[in-house]
Design a binder for this molecule. Sequence first.
Ligand code: ADP
Length: 403
Amino acid sequence: MSTGEGAAALVLVLNAGSSSLKYQLLEPDSGTVTADGLVERIGEQISTISHEQGGAETVEELHLPDHRAAIAKAMELFASKGTDLTEAGLCAVGHRVVHGGRSLYAPTLIDAHVIDEIVRLSPLAPLHNPPNLVGIEAAQALLPDVPGVAVFDTGFFHKLPDASARYAIDRALSDEYALRRYGFHGMSHEFVSRRAAEFLGVDYAGVNQIVAHLGNGASMSAICGGQPVDTSMGMTPLEGLVMGTRGGDIDPGLLFHLHRVVGMSVDEIDFLLNKRSGMKGLCGENDFRAVTAMIDAGDADAREAYDIYIHRLRGYFGAYLVELGRTDIISFTAGVGENAAGVRADSLARLAGFGIEIDPDRNAVRGSQPRIISTDGSATTVLVVPTNEELAIARHAKALVVA
Ligand code: ADP
Protein backbone atom coordinates (compact mmCIF):
# COMPACT_ATOMS: atom_id res chain seq x y z
CA MET A 1 0.00 0.00 0.00
CA SER A 2 1.12 3.51 -0.71
CA THR A 3 2.27 5.21 2.47
CA GLY A 4 1.30 8.61 1.21
CA GLU A 5 4.35 10.15 2.84
CA GLY A 6 6.08 13.05 1.22
CA ALA A 7 4.91 16.34 -0.19
CA ALA A 8 3.47 14.88 -3.39
CA ALA A 9 0.81 12.74 -1.69
CA LEU A 10 -2.53 13.69 -3.18
CA VAL A 11 -6.04 12.54 -2.36
CA LEU A 12 -8.92 12.32 -4.80
CA VAL A 13 -12.12 13.04 -2.92
CA LEU A 14 -15.51 12.02 -4.23
CA ASN A 15 -18.54 13.54 -2.52
CA ALA A 16 -21.65 12.24 -4.21
CA GLY A 17 -24.75 13.99 -2.82
CA SER A 18 -28.43 13.56 -3.57
CA SER A 19 -28.40 15.62 -6.78
CA SER A 20 -24.79 16.68 -6.96
CA LEU A 21 -21.24 15.36 -7.25
CA LYS A 22 -18.33 17.31 -5.89
CA TYR A 23 -14.82 16.08 -6.55
CA GLN A 24 -11.40 17.38 -5.73
CA LEU A 25 -7.80 16.40 -6.26
CA LEU A 26 -5.91 17.95 -3.38
CA GLU A 27 -2.93 17.86 -1.05
CA PRO A 28 -4.41 17.34 2.41
CA ASP A 29 -1.81 19.08 4.59
CA SER A 30 -1.66 22.36 2.74
CA GLY A 31 -5.18 22.09 1.33
CA THR A 32 -3.77 22.94 -2.12
CA VAL A 33 -6.30 21.93 -4.75
CA THR A 34 -4.93 20.67 -8.08
CA ALA A 35 -8.33 20.27 -9.68
CA ASP A 36 -11.92 20.34 -8.59
CA GLY A 37 -15.32 20.03 -10.04
CA LEU A 38 -19.00 20.26 -9.34
CA VAL A 39 -21.83 18.53 -11.11
CA GLU A 40 -25.26 19.96 -10.31
CA ARG A 41 -28.83 18.99 -11.04
CA ILE A 42 -27.99 15.35 -11.73
CA GLY A 43 -31.10 13.61 -13.02
CA GLU A 44 -32.77 16.80 -14.24
CA GLN A 45 -33.20 17.75 -17.92
CA ILE A 46 -30.07 19.88 -17.97
CA SER A 47 -27.18 19.14 -15.64
CA THR A 48 -24.16 21.36 -15.30
CA ILE A 49 -20.56 20.31 -14.84
CA SER A 50 -17.84 22.78 -14.00
CA HIS A 51 -14.27 21.51 -13.84
CA GLU A 52 -11.38 23.71 -12.77
CA GLN A 53 -7.80 22.75 -13.35
CA GLY A 54 -4.60 24.70 -13.97
CA GLY A 55 -6.40 28.02 -13.62
CA ALA A 56 -8.87 27.22 -16.39
CA GLU A 57 -12.53 26.44 -15.88
CA THR A 58 -14.53 24.25 -18.22
CA VAL A 59 -18.30 24.51 -17.94
CA GLU A 60 -20.63 22.26 -19.86
CA GLU A 61 -24.38 21.82 -19.83
CA LEU A 62 -25.54 18.35 -20.74
CA HIS A 63 -27.94 15.67 -19.59
CA LEU A 64 -26.38 13.48 -16.90
CA PRO A 65 -29.03 10.94 -15.93
CA ASP A 66 -27.28 9.54 -12.86
CA HIS A 67 -24.16 9.67 -10.73
CA ARG A 68 -22.36 7.06 -12.77
CA ALA A 69 -22.63 9.26 -15.85
CA ALA A 70 -21.50 12.27 -13.79
CA ILE A 71 -18.35 10.50 -12.56
CA ALA A 72 -17.56 9.24 -16.05
CA LYS A 73 -17.82 12.79 -17.37
CA ALA A 74 -15.57 14.13 -14.61
CA MET A 75 -12.92 11.49 -15.37
CA GLU A 76 -13.08 12.43 -19.05
CA LEU A 77 -12.38 16.07 -18.18
CA PHE A 78 -9.40 15.11 -15.98
CA ALA A 79 -7.95 13.20 -18.91
CA SER A 80 -8.61 16.02 -21.36
CA LYS A 81 -6.60 18.37 -19.10
CA GLY A 82 -3.64 16.00 -19.12
CA THR A 83 -4.11 14.41 -15.70
CA ASP A 84 -3.78 10.68 -15.75
CA LEU A 85 -5.09 9.83 -12.29
CA THR A 86 -3.15 6.56 -12.23
CA GLU A 87 0.08 8.56 -12.23
CA ALA A 88 -0.98 11.56 -10.17
CA GLY A 89 0.72 10.42 -6.94
CA LEU A 90 -2.51 9.52 -5.16
CA CYS A 91 -2.18 8.08 -1.65
CA ALA A 92 -5.93 7.52 -1.30
CA VAL A 93 -9.34 8.07 -2.76
CA GLY A 94 -11.52 9.51 0.01
CA HIS A 95 -15.23 8.86 -0.25
CA ARG A 96 -17.98 10.62 1.61
CA VAL A 97 -20.34 7.87 2.76
CA VAL A 98 -23.53 9.06 4.37
CA HIS A 99 -24.70 6.23 6.61
CA GLY A 100 -22.36 4.04 8.65
CA GLY A 101 -24.98 2.69 11.06
CA ARG A 102 -23.62 1.47 14.41
CA SER A 103 -20.83 -0.57 12.84
CA LEU A 104 -18.97 2.01 10.73
CA TYR A 105 -18.10 5.37 12.23
CA ALA A 106 -14.34 5.95 12.12
CA PRO A 107 -12.74 6.58 8.71
CA THR A 108 -12.32 3.07 7.24
CA LEU A 109 -10.26 1.40 4.51
CA ILE A 110 -12.69 0.09 1.92
CA ASP A 111 -12.74 -3.65 1.35
CA ALA A 112 -15.43 -6.14 0.34
CA HIS A 113 -16.80 -6.29 3.89
CA VAL A 114 -17.13 -2.51 4.10
CA ILE A 115 -18.89 -2.40 0.73
CA ASP A 116 -21.31 -5.11 1.88
CA GLU A 117 -21.99 -3.12 5.02
CA ILE A 118 -22.65 0.10 3.09
CA VAL A 119 -25.05 -1.83 0.82
CA ARG A 120 -26.79 -3.28 3.88
CA LEU A 121 -27.23 0.21 5.31
CA SER A 122 -28.58 1.71 2.07
CA PRO A 123 -32.26 1.49 3.08
CA LEU A 124 -31.40 3.95 5.88
CA ALA A 125 -30.13 6.53 3.37
CA PRO A 126 -31.74 5.68 0.03
CA LEU A 127 -30.83 9.01 -1.60
CA HIS A 128 -27.21 8.89 -0.51
CA ASN A 129 -25.59 5.50 0.11
CA PRO A 130 -26.36 4.28 -3.46
CA PRO A 131 -24.61 7.26 -5.15
CA ASN A 132 -21.76 6.89 -2.62
CA LEU A 133 -21.36 3.26 -3.73
CA VAL A 134 -21.35 4.28 -7.39
CA GLY A 135 -18.41 6.54 -6.58
CA ILE A 136 -16.59 3.75 -4.76
CA GLU A 137 -17.08 1.28 -7.61
CA ALA A 138 -16.02 3.79 -10.27
CA ALA A 139 -12.86 4.67 -8.32
CA GLN A 140 -11.99 1.00 -7.73
CA ALA A 141 -12.34 0.31 -11.46
CA LEU A 142 -10.25 3.33 -12.45
CA LEU A 143 -7.66 3.23 -9.68
CA PRO A 144 -7.44 -0.36 -8.43
CA ASP A 145 -4.06 0.17 -6.73
CA VAL A 146 -5.04 3.22 -4.70
CA PRO A 147 -6.62 2.54 -1.29
CA GLY A 148 -10.15 3.81 -0.90
CA VAL A 149 -11.19 5.32 2.42
CA ALA A 150 -14.79 5.79 3.50
CA VAL A 151 -15.49 8.74 5.78
CA PHE A 152 -18.94 8.67 7.33
CA ASP A 153 -21.43 11.49 7.74
CA THR A 154 -22.72 9.77 10.84
CA GLY A 155 -19.27 9.39 12.45
CA PHE A 156 -19.08 12.71 14.30
CA PHE A 157 -22.38 11.96 16.02
CA HIS A 158 -21.41 8.45 17.08
CA LYS A 159 -21.33 9.41 20.75
CA LEU A 160 -24.54 11.45 20.77
CA PRO A 161 -25.96 11.19 24.30
CA ASP A 162 -28.81 8.71 24.68
CA ALA A 163 -31.19 11.49 25.69
CA SER A 164 -31.05 12.83 22.15
CA ALA A 165 -30.13 9.63 20.28
CA ARG A 166 -32.79 7.29 21.65
CA TYR A 167 -36.33 7.36 20.26
CA ALA A 168 -39.05 7.12 22.88
CA ILE A 169 -40.39 3.83 21.56
CA ASP A 170 -40.23 0.26 22.82
CA ARG A 171 -36.73 -0.20 24.23
CA ALA A 172 -36.27 -3.86 23.29
CA LEU A 173 -37.36 -3.25 19.71
CA SER A 174 -35.07 -0.27 19.21
CA ASP A 175 -32.15 -2.16 20.77
CA GLU A 176 -32.71 -5.21 18.57
CA TYR A 177 -32.88 -3.23 15.33
CA ALA A 178 -30.49 -0.38 16.24
CA LEU A 179 -33.31 2.15 15.84
CA ARG A 180 -31.82 5.44 16.99
CA ARG A 181 -30.89 8.90 15.85
CA TYR A 182 -27.55 8.81 14.01
CA GLY A 183 -27.21 12.36 12.67
CA PHE A 184 -25.66 13.33 9.32
CA HIS A 185 -23.43 15.97 7.70
CA GLY A 186 -20.96 15.06 10.46
CA MET A 187 -17.84 16.06 8.52
CA SER A 188 -19.31 19.48 7.93
CA HIS A 189 -20.49 20.01 11.51
CA GLU A 190 -17.07 18.97 12.83
CA PHE A 191 -15.09 20.96 10.25
CA VAL A 192 -17.17 24.12 10.65
CA SER A 193 -17.23 24.06 14.45
CA ARG A 194 -13.44 23.51 14.62
CA ARG A 195 -12.85 26.21 12.00
CA ALA A 196 -15.12 28.63 13.89
CA ALA A 197 -13.14 28.16 17.12
CA GLU A 198 -9.84 28.48 15.25
CA PHE A 199 -11.06 31.62 13.42
CA LEU A 200 -12.06 33.27 16.70
CA GLY A 201 -8.91 32.07 18.48
CA VAL A 202 -10.78 30.21 21.22
CA ASP A 203 -10.32 26.73 22.67
CA TYR A 204 -12.58 24.23 20.84
CA ALA A 205 -13.17 22.28 24.05
CA GLY A 206 -14.14 25.44 25.92
CA VAL A 207 -17.01 26.77 23.81
CA ASN A 208 -20.62 25.86 23.06
CA GLN A 209 -21.71 26.07 19.46
CA ILE A 210 -24.67 25.70 17.13
CA VAL A 211 -23.97 24.87 13.49
CA ALA A 212 -26.66 25.31 10.83
CA HIS A 213 -25.68 23.36 7.73
CA LEU A 214 -28.20 24.55 5.12
CA GLY A 215 -27.70 23.00 1.68
CA ASN A 216 -30.02 20.82 -0.38
CA GLY A 217 -30.00 18.65 2.70
CA ALA A 218 -30.09 20.64 5.92
CA SER A 219 -29.25 19.88 9.52
CA MET A 220 -28.39 21.66 12.72
CA SER A 221 -26.19 20.57 15.60
CA ALA A 222 -25.58 21.63 19.19
CA ILE A 223 -21.97 21.09 20.26
CA CYS A 224 -20.93 21.44 23.87
CA GLY A 225 -17.18 21.73 24.42
CA GLY A 226 -16.43 19.94 21.16
CA GLN A 227 -18.90 17.07 21.79
CA PRO A 228 -22.12 16.99 19.79
CA VAL A 229 -25.09 16.82 22.18
CA ASP A 230 -27.91 17.06 19.65
CA THR A 231 -28.56 17.16 15.94
CA SER A 232 -31.68 17.55 13.86
CA MET A 233 -31.37 14.54 11.54
CA GLY A 234 -32.30 11.16 12.93
CA MET A 235 -32.19 7.50 11.98
CA THR A 236 -32.27 8.68 8.35
CA PRO A 237 -31.60 12.08 6.77
CA LEU A 238 -35.38 12.73 6.66
CA GLU A 239 -35.80 14.15 10.15
CA GLY A 240 -35.44 17.76 11.20
CA LEU A 241 -35.31 20.90 9.11
CA VAL A 242 -37.20 21.66 5.89
CA MET A 243 -34.89 20.80 2.96
CA GLY A 244 -34.83 20.91 -0.84
CA THR A 245 -37.00 17.85 -1.40
CA ARG A 246 -37.43 16.54 2.16
CA GLY A 247 -39.90 17.99 4.62
CA GLY A 248 -38.13 17.15 7.85
CA ASP A 249 -40.20 16.65 11.00
CA ILE A 250 -43.68 15.27 10.47
CA ASP A 251 -46.34 13.63 12.64
CA PRO A 252 -45.85 9.86 12.09
CA GLY A 253 -49.64 9.55 12.27
CA LEU A 254 -49.82 11.33 8.93
CA LEU A 255 -48.02 8.38 7.33
CA PHE A 256 -50.59 5.88 8.63
CA HIS A 257 -53.30 8.17 7.26
CA LEU A 258 -51.62 8.30 3.83
CA HIS A 259 -51.51 4.52 3.78
CA ARG A 260 -54.92 3.67 5.26
CA VAL A 261 -57.08 6.50 3.95
CA VAL A 262 -55.29 7.85 0.85
CA GLY A 263 -54.20 4.33 -0.19
CA MET A 264 -50.54 5.10 -0.80
CA SER A 265 -48.04 2.25 -0.66
CA VAL A 266 -44.95 2.38 1.52
CA ASP A 267 -42.80 3.02 -1.58
CA GLU A 268 -45.07 5.87 -2.65
CA ILE A 269 -44.85 7.42 0.81
CA ASP A 270 -41.07 6.97 0.74
CA PHE A 271 -40.92 8.78 -2.60
CA LEU A 272 -43.22 11.52 -1.30
CA LEU A 273 -41.03 12.16 1.75
CA ASN A 274 -37.70 11.97 -0.08
CA LYS A 275 -38.51 13.65 -3.40
CA ARG A 276 -41.87 15.45 -3.33
CA SER A 277 -41.61 17.27 -0.02
CA GLY A 278 -39.68 20.20 1.38
CA MET A 279 -39.39 23.29 -0.82
CA LYS A 280 -40.05 21.18 -3.92
CA GLY A 281 -43.30 19.85 -2.52
CA LEU A 282 -44.42 23.22 -1.25
CA CYS A 283 -43.72 25.38 -4.29
CA GLY A 284 -42.37 23.18 -7.09
CA GLU A 285 -38.71 24.21 -6.82
CA ASN A 286 -36.02 22.70 -4.60
CA ASP A 287 -33.21 25.04 -5.61
CA PHE A 288 -33.17 27.95 -3.18
CA ARG A 289 -32.16 30.44 -5.86
CA ALA A 290 -35.23 29.49 -7.88
CA VAL A 291 -37.45 29.76 -4.78
CA THR A 292 -36.06 33.24 -4.11
CA ALA A 293 -36.77 34.28 -7.71
CA MET A 294 -40.36 33.03 -7.36
CA ILE A 295 -40.82 35.02 -4.16
CA ASP A 296 -39.48 38.13 -5.88
CA ALA A 297 -42.02 37.53 -8.67
CA GLY A 298 -44.84 37.45 -6.10
CA ASP A 299 -45.49 33.70 -5.92
CA ALA A 300 -47.59 32.99 -2.80
CA ASP A 301 -46.64 29.29 -2.52
CA ALA A 302 -42.93 30.11 -2.62
CA ARG A 303 -43.44 32.80 0.04
CA GLU A 304 -45.24 30.34 2.29
CA ALA A 305 -42.55 27.68 1.67
CA TYR A 306 -39.93 30.19 2.79
CA ASP A 307 -41.94 31.06 5.91
CA ILE A 308 -42.24 27.36 6.81
CA TYR A 309 -38.49 26.89 6.24
CA ILE A 310 -37.69 29.79 8.57
CA HIS A 311 -40.27 28.74 11.18
CA ARG A 312 -38.65 25.30 11.49
CA LEU A 313 -35.14 26.78 11.68
CA ARG A 314 -36.20 29.09 14.49
CA GLY A 315 -37.73 26.19 16.37
CA TYR A 316 -34.43 24.31 16.31
CA PHE A 317 -32.44 27.39 17.26
CA GLY A 318 -34.76 27.81 20.24
CA ALA A 319 -34.36 24.19 21.30
CA TYR A 320 -30.58 24.21 21.03
CA LEU A 321 -30.14 27.57 22.76
CA VAL A 322 -32.06 26.17 25.73
CA GLU A 323 -30.24 22.85 25.58
CA LEU A 324 -26.80 24.48 25.63
CA GLY A 325 -27.72 27.11 28.19
CA ARG A 326 -24.88 29.31 27.01
CA THR A 327 -24.16 29.52 23.28
CA ASP A 328 -20.87 31.17 22.34
CA ILE A 329 -20.94 30.68 18.56
CA ILE A 330 -23.60 30.14 15.90
CA SER A 331 -22.28 29.28 12.41
CA PHE A 332 -24.15 29.17 9.12
CA THR A 333 -22.73 26.99 6.38
CA ALA A 334 -23.42 25.16 3.05
CA GLY A 335 -25.06 26.58 -0.09
CA VAL A 336 -28.02 28.36 1.53
CA GLY A 337 -26.30 29.14 4.84
CA GLU A 338 -23.28 30.69 3.14
CA ASN A 339 -25.14 32.63 0.47
CA ALA A 340 -28.68 33.50 1.56
CA ALA A 341 -28.27 36.53 3.85
CA GLY A 342 -32.05 36.77 4.20
CA VAL A 343 -32.28 33.27 5.68
CA ARG A 344 -29.60 34.12 8.24
CA ALA A 345 -31.29 37.40 9.18
CA ASP A 346 -34.82 35.97 9.36
CA SER A 347 -33.90 32.84 11.30
CA LEU A 348 -32.21 34.89 14.05
CA ALA A 349 -34.46 37.97 13.92
CA ARG A 350 -35.86 39.44 17.15
CA LEU A 351 -33.43 37.54 19.42
CA ALA A 352 -31.64 40.54 20.95
CA GLY A 353 -33.25 39.54 24.26
CA PHE A 354 -31.40 36.23 23.97
CA GLY A 355 -28.09 38.00 23.30
CA ILE A 356 -28.13 37.38 19.55
CA GLU A 357 -27.98 40.32 17.20
CA ILE A 358 -27.13 40.26 13.49
CA ASP A 359 -25.44 43.28 11.93
CA PRO A 360 -27.22 43.89 8.57
CA ASP A 361 -24.13 45.38 6.87
CA ARG A 362 -21.84 42.55 7.97
CA ASN A 363 -24.49 40.03 7.00
CA ALA A 364 -24.64 41.46 3.48
CA VAL A 365 -20.91 40.95 2.84
CA ARG A 366 -20.15 38.02 0.54
CA GLY A 367 -16.95 36.03 0.57
CA SER A 368 -15.26 32.68 0.73
CA GLN A 369 -13.64 33.12 4.14
CA PRO A 370 -15.13 32.80 7.64
CA ARG A 371 -16.67 36.07 8.76
CA ILE A 372 -18.53 37.57 11.69
CA ILE A 373 -22.08 38.76 10.95
CA SER A 374 -23.21 39.64 14.50
CA THR A 375 -22.88 43.04 16.14
CA ASP A 376 -19.98 43.73 18.49
CA GLY A 377 -22.50 43.76 21.36
CA SER A 378 -24.00 40.37 20.55
CA ALA A 379 -23.25 37.91 23.39
CA THR A 380 -23.33 35.05 20.89
CA THR A 381 -20.96 35.49 17.96
CA VAL A 382 -22.70 34.63 14.71
CA LEU A 383 -20.50 33.52 11.81
CA VAL A 384 -20.64 32.43 8.22
CA VAL A 385 -18.12 29.60 7.90
CA PRO A 386 -17.76 28.04 4.45
CA THR A 387 -17.74 24.30 4.87
CA ASN A 388 -15.08 22.15 3.23
CA GLU A 389 -16.15 18.54 3.46
CA GLU A 390 -13.61 17.58 0.80
CA LEU A 391 -10.66 18.83 2.84
CA ALA A 392 -12.02 17.12 5.95
CA ILE A 393 -12.35 13.84 4.04
CA ALA A 394 -8.88 14.17 2.46
CA ARG A 395 -7.26 14.71 5.85
CA HIS A 396 -9.06 11.75 7.41
CA ALA A 397 -8.14 9.57 4.40
CA LYS A 398 -4.46 10.50 4.43
CA ALA A 399 -4.22 10.08 8.20
CA LEU A 400 -5.56 6.55 7.84
CA VAL A 401 -3.31 5.35 5.01
CA VAL A 402 -0.19 6.97 6.46
CA ALA A 403 -0.79 5.53 9.94
P1 ADP B 1 -25.77 19.85 -1.27
O1 ADP B 1 -24.28 19.69 -1.04
O2 ADP B 1 -26.62 19.33 -0.15
O3 ADP B 1 -26.24 19.42 -2.62
P2 ADP B 1 -25.17 22.70 -1.26
O4 ADP B 1 -24.47 22.94 0.02
O5 ADP B 1 -24.35 22.74 -2.52
O6 ADP B 1 -26.06 21.40 -1.22
O7 ADP B 1 -26.33 23.79 -1.36
C1 ADP B 1 -27.22 23.80 -2.43
C2 ADP B 1 -28.27 24.85 -2.15
O8 ADP B 1 -27.63 26.13 -1.96
C3 ADP B 1 -29.26 25.01 -3.30
O9 ADP B 1 -30.59 25.10 -2.79
C4 ADP B 1 -28.86 26.34 -3.90
O10 ADP B 1 -29.94 27.01 -4.49
C5 ADP B 1 -28.38 27.09 -2.68
N1 ADP B 1 -27.57 28.25 -3.08
C6 ADP B 1 -26.40 28.23 -3.76
N2 ADP B 1 -26.01 29.51 -4.03
C7 ADP B 1 -26.97 30.33 -3.54
C8 ADP B 1 -27.17 31.74 -3.50
N3 ADP B 1 -26.28 32.59 -4.05
N4 ADP B 1 -28.28 32.21 -2.88
C9 ADP B 1 -29.19 31.37 -2.34
N5 ADP B 1 -29.06 30.04 -2.35
C10 ADP B 1 -27.97 29.52 -2.93
